[in-house]
Structures are given as C-alpha cells and as structure tokens.
Design a protein. Structure first.
Length: 364
C-alpha cells in the first residue's frame, strides 16, 4: 500500500458492542437495522441471519413497546451478531432490553426524563454489559436548540450530542458512541467534523433517510466517503429504503474502495464499448450474483479488450481480458496463464475465484 492510500484514523476511546470493538483503532464495523416487527420473532431472526450472512458486524432492532422487548431474549439467543435495541422515549424499554440481552442501547438520555430514570438506565447498562449510542438527528433536535440556532445546523447538532454525552458522563458512564445524522449530506459532514474536534468518543456515522437503493447509495458514498477520508468514523450504517442486506453490501463497498476493510470479491470492470470482445456488462452482472457468497478478499478484473485489460490484470488476483477470434486471456496473480473461448466465461471465472478463495482460506 502506498502512502497516499493510507488513511490516518482519528484517535478515539474504545467501547464494545457485544464482542465487537468500536473505536480506538478497531476495524470500522458495518451495521444495519431490521425492518420487521420485532415481536415477530421468526421474521426478525430470519432477517438478522440474512444480515449476518451479508457480513453485518452489528444489527439494530426497534423496541417501541413491551411486546418487542419481550421477544428480544429469544432473538438474541438465536443469532450471532450483537444486537442494538433502538429505544426512543420510554426508559422502561431500555431496562427491559438490557435485561433481555441487548448489547447496546440506542437512547438519548435527555429524552428519558428525570435524573432518577437516567440513573436506572445507566445502572441497567452497567449491570448487563451494555454500551449505548447517543443518536442526534437533524429532524428531531430539541426545541430550545432550534430556537437558539434558528434551524438545524452543525452547531445545534453538536450541542445536542454533547449535552446528552454530559448526562451520561455525570453518571460515570463512558461506554457510548455518538451519531449526528441528517438527510443532507453536507450538513452531516459538517456536523461530524465539528463533533470529531469537540470530543474523543467513538463515532457512528451515516446519512439518515438517504433514499432508495441508487440515490441512497450515492448519497451515502459521498457523505461517508468524505468523513472516512478524514479519518472520521468508527462504525457505519448506510440507511436505504431497500432490503437491509443492501445496506451491508454498500457499506462494505465504501470501506473497500478506501482500503479500510476487505471482504469478498472486488470486481474491476470496464463500462464496455465497441472494442469489447465479449459482453462485459452481462458477464459482470452474472459474476456479481454468483460470487456474492465469497467472503475471502479477492480482486478480479473483467476488461473487454486489450487497451487497459493487461494493465488492470497485472494488479489483480484474477483477470480476464477480451481478445480476438473468440478467445480471451486469463491472468492469475498478474501473470498470463491460459486462454478461454466465449463459451462458459462466467462459469470458468466462478471456478477460478472459488479455487483462489479456498487456497487463501487454507493458508490462514
């Protein structure tokens, strides 16, 4: 890795969410949230397991009522990843979730009410080994801060975050991370940059309510990419109005692009043009679907002609470069290896990738 590819991380305190370290130089974790009714135990377990398979490090579940927290213990027992219980206003849900086995409570202490209630929640978190997340959202800032600042702005969001943090610190509780999210990417970036300079708490970063799969992925890549390039961010969530599994996939792609995490196959592919010697777009689509199960980090180049194909292939584990007369060059570990015909290109690449993954896994 060259010096320009290394991103210095912001120094932060380290906490744990279950068995996942967050902050303090730990790998940037990727998380998502279920959209099932939490009280539907089977449906929620099924979705959490799908997120596990996609690579989720942490999963959040909403706990708006007693039925949800009653279901939580069965869900915790049936899954591997640590679960965050999303609590908004009712402090008793936090007490119930901690007892049920939640690894983290997403709750703003300033919303709980009296200091006595805050003390109860903090005591429950300590007793059951829960961390917390303070989650500030531009769309739900406190009334007095809106009156003071006139509108949602970075200063108001940071003031809200630090206010909640102080409440926990006053109760001798420091195992928490903070988020300051907005649907506006530029507002979010500015708020996190200001917060990063104001404290050393680990930061959960994300663009809230980012949109559908395409628009949300683009907005999240721009917003999170800017922050991650600054070294800001200890855990991420890509918020999409789509299958939560897509949030994990997009999150890992963002981290892989910046060299901050590696997982699965990274495909380098040309957009195709009249020079292509095989159907690049169709081939890549097939490969993305058929290689989604690979967890081992592998690089794969799929280039339609010899203009850039050999150069890209030299830098990847496996490469395919389109050639003339219906035959194409395969590169292994950056070196020309053999040629293949048009027939069965995708099948052959899948076989090579699976073989390479098995070799790498056997060495680790």
């Amino acid at each position: 890795m060259n010096s320009f590819q290394r991103i210095p991380r912001r120094d932060s305190r380290q906490i744990k969410v279950g068995d996942i370290f967050v902050g303090g130089g730990a790998p940037i974790s990727v998380q998502s949230m279920t959209n099932t009714i939490t009280a539907d135990v089977a449906a929620t377990i099924g979705q959490v397991r799908a997120l596990e398979d996609a690579g989720a490090d942490i999963v959040r579940v909403s706990c708006p009522d007693e039925e949800a927290t009653e279901a939580l213990s069965a869900i915790v027992a049936a899954v591997k990843v640590p679960l965050v219980a999303d609590i908004h206003f009712h402090y008793k849900r936090a007490l119930e979730a901690a007892k049920a086995g939640a690894s983290c409570l997403r709750i703003n202490p300033g919303n709980i009410g009296s200091p006595g209630r805050v003390a109860e929640v903090v005591s429950a978190a300590k007793d059951h080994g829960c961390s917390m997340r303070i989650g500030v959202n531009a769309g739900s800032l406190e009334k007095d801060l809106l009156e003071q600042y006139g509108e949602p702005c970075p200063e108001a969001m940071v003031a809200s975050a630090l206010r909640h943090a102080q409440i926990l610190e006053d109760h001798d509780f420091f195992d928490f991370k903070i988020s300051v999210k907005a649907s506006d990417a530029l507002l979010t970036i500015a708020a996190y940059r200001a917060l990063a300079n104001a404290c050393n708490h680990p930061l959960h970063i994300g663009i809230t309510e980012a949109g559908g799969l395409l628009t949300g992925a683009v907005k999240s890549a721009v917003g999170l990419g800017a922050l991650l390039q600054d070294g800001i961010g200890d855990t991420i969530r890509v918020s999409l109005a789509a299958d939560p599994v897509q949030e994990i996939r997009v999150g890992f792609e963002i981290l892989k692009t910046l060299g901050l995490r590696e997982r699965g196959v990274r495909i380098i592919a040309c957009p195709s043009c009249a020079r292509q010697q095989f159907p690049v777009i169709k081939t890549v689509k097939i490969l993305e679907e058929r290689l989604a199960h690979i967890k081992t980090p592998i690089t794969l180049s799929i280039i339609g002609c010899v203009v850039n194909g050999p150069g890209e292939a030299r830098e990847t584990d496996i490469g395919l470069t389109g050639g003339g007369r219906g035959t194409h060059q395969i590169y292994l570990n950056g070196v020309t290896d053999h040629r293949i015909s048009d027939k069965g290109i995708a099948d052959h690449i899948v076989e090579l990738v699976e073989r390479k993954a098995a070799e790498v896994e056997a060495q680790t």
